[in-house]
Design a protein around this ligand. Structure first.
Ligand code: ACO
Length: 371
């Protein structure tokens, strides 16, 4: 048996949800550039789950279903109030709350497609309420109920801040959601598929995926990008700070990718939005620093920014707390996880690879008193 470290290049399943071919990302055959420029997040979610873009009526009815499912049982918020809140990272809170949501869903254990589709809607809708609710509860505020007439992106910002966002903020946030929605067989999606392939329940699959997304080599990188920019503090410090990281053989968060070798096609959209928001807020320091970091890392190592790099300065310009960046990634990516879980359930086989054994040769058992 031979193995590939980190399963690099291994094709582990077939999927029609999204593809990365020659560094081009498509969702169900639609180019990510078109979707980022033209579509609402709701349209993209519908596309990922149904294989086709909705018409007007379908979109209206789907958007309504999402907003009608946003409320979460009061118990979820009561549990959050009992968490050791000062020490709880929002990703840990999200992982716990999503698992708890399963306790309040009478059909949580079903894996037939019709029920699974209903669970997908519930999870997609409620995850936004969970993230924003926790963000408010830890500040001693009450969660804000969603508004029926707002889009998914606007509702998220409304539930987070308690006031309706302007059009620029909503558009930028909508685009970020579209760009993060799915990404072929990334680590968290693979985790979700492995979990439900045992015919475990939908909530377990999403809880497991959130756990995988949380790591700094995956979705956790965006928060760390902002931590790094905050430490660098001024564009003049960029060169020496990054050089020091290279000297210590540390990885620069937000750079590199397992699949893309000529750059992550999502990064340019996020760079553009980061600039746009910096121009509007008048605080261009974070964007300028990001540009300087990109130049240094690319010139020195040939590494290019991934989706996590410019999303950091962009979310910062929207006034979002840095430790909410990865939960926001989850709010979008749950759409892709859901699509992959539905695909897995519809044609399931247990996912069970092998390991190449590299431990000691066979040996005789030595009784305890003789060791
Ligand atoms: N900074 C510095 N060096 C890097 C970086 C980086 N960001 N990324 C890769 N390298 C170097 C490695 O040190 C390694 O060098 P070596 O061969 O001299 O040891 C080489 O490039 C290959 O790196 P691997 O870690 O083996 O590449 P892999 O495909 O396993 O990892 C990953 C991809 C995890 C994304 C990596 O580039 C990384 O750690 N980046 C930083 C974390 C990050 O931004 N994660 C988000 C990825 S996008 C997403 O998941 C949403």
């Amino acid at each position: 048996m031979s193995q590939t470290k980190g399963l690099e290049g291994v094709v582990a399943t077939t999927s029609s949800v999204s593809s990365i071919i020659d560094d081009v990302l498509t969702y169900q055959g639609y180019h990510i550039d078109d979707l980022a420029e033209k579509s609402s997040f709701e349209e993209v979610v519908y596309l990922l789950w149904n294989g086709q873009l909705p018409n007007k009526e379908e979109l209206q009815s789907f958007s309504q279903q999402l907003v009608e499912n946003m409320e979460v049982p009061e118990e979820i918020f009561n549990y959050m109030k009992a968490y050791p809140i000062a020490d709880v990272h929002p990703m840990a809170a999200l992982r716990t709350a999503v698992s708890q949501l399963g306790l309040y869903d009478a059909e949580a254990d079903a894996s037939d497609i019709e029920t699974a589709k209903r669970i997908a809607v519930k999870l997609q809708a409620k995850i936004a309420t969970v993230v924003t609710g926790f963000a408010r509860i830890r500040e001693g505020k009450e969660p804000v109920a969603p508004k029926k007439d707002l889009s998914f992106a606007a509702n998220f910002l409304y539930m987070l801040n308690g006031e309706q966002p302007n059009e620029t903020a909503t558009d930028a946030f909508n685009k970020a959601l579209v760009l993060h929605a799915d990404h072929e067989l990334n680590a968290s999606t693979f985790t979700a598929r492995v979990c439900v392939a045992t015919l475990s329940d939908f909530y377990s699959g999403i809880t497991a995926a959130i756990g995988a997304l949380k790591g700094p080599l995956h979705g956790g990188a965006n928060e760390r990008v902002m931590g790094m920019l905050s430490e660098i503090d001024t564009p003049e410090n960029v060169d020496s700070y990054i050089q020091d990281m290279f000297d210590k053989k540390e990885k620069v968060m937000g750079f590199g990718h397992r699949v893309y070798k000529n750059g992550d096609p999502r990064a340019k959209h996020l760079r553009e939005m980061s600039k746009k928001l910096a121009d509007i807020t008048g605080e261009d320091k974070w964007y300028e620093m990001s540009l300087a970091v990109e130049k240094k890392v690319t010139d020195s190592k040939g590494l290019l920014p991934n989706v996590d790099f410019y999303s950091a300065s962009m979310y910062h310009s929207l006034g979002i707390d840095h430790d909410l960046f990865t939960p926001i990634f989850a709010v979008s990516r749950v759409s892709g996880w859901n699509a992959h879980i539905l695909e897995q359930y519809s044609d399931n086989r247990l996912i069970r690879p092998r390991a190449e054994y590299v431990g000691p040769d066979k040996r005789s058992y030595v009784p305890l008193e003789e060791r």
